[in-house]
Design a binder for this molecule. Structure first.
Ligand code: NAP
Length: 254
């Protein structure tokens, strides 16, 4: 049976695509025919190597464009490069994020500045710039998927800062969805639960086991579990879906 999802001719930008959820999103979009721009920040040469590897694996165009989500001027340049190299933008997966856990009394001003500038400022700047390119698509519009978290909904000890940033992502997503619906630019957020990536690998074993025990499906999620939902929201299968916060958490929050 032919795949229900064919993204050929579409261009997607995935932020934070060097590893974890972002990399899985980039791979699933490439596998379904999209050209993909990989973005991350810390190791431009490793990102270039990854883009070459994925281009070969999927027989698809894959660009590496490093840029710091915390730097608005770097984001502006990134979109100029996308327009020049790829000619258009149809899908944004605003996935780049940081998690700096600290009990309330231990949160530093530097942590506040860093987390909010990457997790909130970065997402808003990406939505703004992506919208400028997507509006050029006329009635074809585009799809923006942001990465929030269940912590933005339920809160968690030691995650006042991270939870605030992820609640802000939900708020930004809902307002942008209202503002952009008339342009056929859909904006949805994912609220993943506990997903097995570098971000969660640093949790102490006891806390990790407790978290897994709180999941209805009794297993930690994979980056691919999240990427499959991103694929749905990025594709025309969800053409009438906007302004939604979709939990991907194996029944952790019902
Ligand atoms: P991860 O493994 O730690 O990967 C984070 C990605 O973000 C990396 O590609 C990293 O790039 C990139 N990044 C960090 N700071 C950046 C910056 N300033 N500019 C550009 N890129 C930057 O994280 P993950 O677990 O895959 O999480 C991805 C997203 O899902 C995050 O927004 C996270 O909050 C959210 N989420 C994760 C979970 C979970 O359980 N894992 C649950 C809910 C929500 P470098 O490699 O260059 O550092």
């Amino acid at each position: 049976m032919a795949s229900l999802i064919n993204l050929s001719g579409k261009v997607a930008l995935v932020t934070g695509a060097s590893r974890g959820i972002g990399r899985a999103c980039a791979e699933i979009l490439l596998a379904h025919g999209a050209k993909v721009v990989l973005n991350a920040v810390s190791d431009p040469s490793a990102l270039k190597k990854l883009a070459e590897e994925l281009a070969k694996k999927y027989g698809q165009t894959c660009f590496a464009m490093p840029a710091d989500a915390a730097k608005p001027e770097a984001i502006t340049q990134l979109y100029k490069d996308i327009l020049q190299e790829a000619g258009r933008l149809d899908i944004l997966v605003a996935n780049a994020g940081v998690m700096e856990d600290a009990l309330i009394g231990m949160i530093t001003p530097q942590q506040i500045e860093h987390t909010l500038s990457v997790n909130v400022g970065g997402v808003i700047n990406h939505i703004q710039m992506a919208t400028r390119l997507m509006r050029r698509n006329g009635k074809d519009g585009g799809s923006i998927v942001t990465l929030s978290s269940i912590i933005g909904r339920t809160g968690n000890i030691g995650q006042t800062l991270y939870g605030a940033s992820k609640a802000a992502v939900m708020g930004a997503t809902l307002s942008a969805a209202k503002e952009l619906a008339g342009d056929n630019i859909r904006v949805n957020a994912l609220a993943p639960g506990f997903i097995d990536t570098d971000m969660t690998a640093k949790l102490p074993k006891g806390i990790r086991e407790k978290r897994v025990a709180s999941i209805g499906m009794q297993r930690i999620g994979t980056a691919d579990d999240v990427a499959r939902t991103v694929l749905f929201l990025a594709s025309p299968l969800s053409q009438y879906v906007t302004g939604q916060i979709v939990g991907v958490d194996g029944g952790m929050v019902i």
